[in-house]
Write a protein that binds this ligand. Structure first.
Ligand code: ARG
Length: 451
């Protein structure tokens, strides 16, 4: 009762709207109901409140659950739900807040909700990994130019390219899973920060809410938001993977190496011929929103003393911003990858562009006894001219004591100049050769099933 009176006394003034987190708290509505239920069940089991009050509170909570969020009124969702319960069940409702504080309550609610958000993000990374691996299976032999510094560098395959992102996303999934693990701990029962004299059972509420364990020290339990930092970091790292993938697809689409499906393209309001990769550009922009969330968290949390400070209220929406940026972008990226059509002819024709097989020929000379640095010089010289056999031969004659044909057969060099043969030869672990990629695909698939 007195709690209600005090809340009116301190929150009714001109700063009421400023203090309120109602606009951000809708995400914590369901979690708060769950936390309230677990707490009340535990209180009754421990004999801290009577069964009749507990029953009335649980009925009241069910009724509150059925009402519109916008009908709730309070400084935050936690206060608003408590007020709504008291309105419905009378004084007994006032027993709900025994042996707890909004400090442990809100921390528990955030963790409860963030678990779901992280699971959605984890699922999305799995769906994208599936899309990448499935598309890769179709293109183990599809040649494409590989780039460094945005210049054609060495031929590779579409499968090798797609697998590079599947592998990066494997780590993104891992990081999100680690963030989930550390989020999945219960601060409930820490009360304001100093615990409670009531004989509560923290393990029981943790169990009822599906947490792995109790966050022991009650002062840390209410103070820390490091789990939000960890989640936002994992999401930010994932957003970087997405942004790279988006850029590659945007550029490949511009080069007509890949066609983005109409479902993932936009048109221009003025230029009738245009088909623009807007969705992928938004996928790329998700990195900005994710890192804004992460930075918002870091700067809000910096230097906060123990224990609870209201600054923490402002931290939470930054974490949701990171969540909202990344999970949908990951889903859209998966759709864009799954529906994209790779233009095999254009890719094949471009795979050897820019003397992209020069490294392979240098490797061949080195394998036949020429110091790699000398081989590198010969091919650099040949690249200045036509980059064909004649150019290589002329450069070799100038650099070597013996004719090129004495070092390696012409046929082998012609072979190394061929993009397909060049790719096939690079069969080291993780390389682009079809057997190497096929093995990597099997591993990538097994890891998806595992995760
Ligand atoms: N809405 C608040 C938050 O998000 C709840 C905690 C309020 N606690 C307090 N001691 N004022 O942090």
């Amino acid at each position: 009762e007195s709690d209600v009176v005090r809340r009116d006394r301190f929150s009714g003034g001109p700063a009421r709207a400023f203090l309120s987190s109602m606009d951000h708290d809708e995400r914590l509505f369901e979690p708060d109901l769950a936390v309230d239920r677990a707490h009340v069940v535990m209180l009754a089991e421990q004999g801290i409140i009577d069964e009749a009050s507990a029953g009335a509170i649980l009925d009241g909570l069910a009724d509150v659950e059925a009402t519109d969020y916008d009908a709730l009124d309070g400084e935050d969702v936690h206060a608003a739900i408590e007020t709504a319960v008291i309105e419905r069940v009378g004084e007994a409702g006032g027993r709900m807040h025994t042996a707890r504080s909004r400090n442990d309550e809100v921390a528990t609610c955030i963790r409860y909700r963030l678990r779901e958000e992280l699971l959605d993000a984890i699922d999305a990374t799995l769906v994208l990994r599936e899309a990448l691996v499935e598309a890769a299976r179709e293109h183990v032999e599809t040649l494409m130019p590989g780039y460094t510094h945005r210049q054609a560098a060495q031929p590779t395959t579409v499968a090798h390219f797609l697998c590079s992102y599947a592998q990066a996303l494997e780590r993104d999934t891992d990081r999100l899973l680690a963030a989930y693990d550390r989020t999945n701990r219960s601060p409930l029962g820490a009360a304001a920060f100093a615990g409670t004299p009531f004989d509560i059972d923290r393990e029981r509420t943790a169990d009822l809410l599906g947490f792995d364990s109790v966050l022991n020290n009650s002062m840390d339990a209410v103070s820390t938001r490091d789990f939000l930092v960890e989640a936002a970091s994992a999401l930010s790292a994932c957003s970087l993977t997405l942004s790279g993938l988006a850029t590659d697809l945007i550029e490949f689409a511009a080069d007509e190496y890949v066609e983005i499906h109409d479902d993932y393209a936009s048109t221009s309001s003025i230029m009738p011929q245009k088909k623009n990769p807007d969705t992928l550009e938004l996928v790329r922009a998700a990195a900005g929103n994710a890192s804004a969330g992460l930075n918002g968290l870091l700067t809000t949390l910096k230097g906060l003393p123990r224990a609870y400070n209201r600054d923490l209220q402002e931290a939470t929406p930054h974490a949701w911003a990171a969540v909202d940026a990344v999970a949908p972008a990951t889903e859209v990226a998966a759709g864009a990858v799954a529906t994209a059509t790779w233009n095999e002819d254009a890719l094949d024709a471009a795979a050897g562009d820019g003397f992209a097989t020069a490294t392979g020929v240098a490797d061949l000379l080195a394998a036949n006894g020429v110091p790699f640095r000398t081989a590198h010089e010969i091919l650099a010289q040949a690249a200045e001219n036509d980059g064909d056999y004649a150019a290589i031969e002329a450069a070799a004659d100038a650099a070597l004591d013996e004719p090129l044909s004495a070092v390696v057969e012409r046929e082998a060099i012609e072979d190394a100049l061929d993009p397909a043969a060049s790719v096939a030869s690079r069969d080291s672990v993780g390389g682009p050769a079809p057997e190497a990629v096929a093995a990597a695909l099997d591993e990538a698939w097994a890891k998806i099933e595992d995760d």
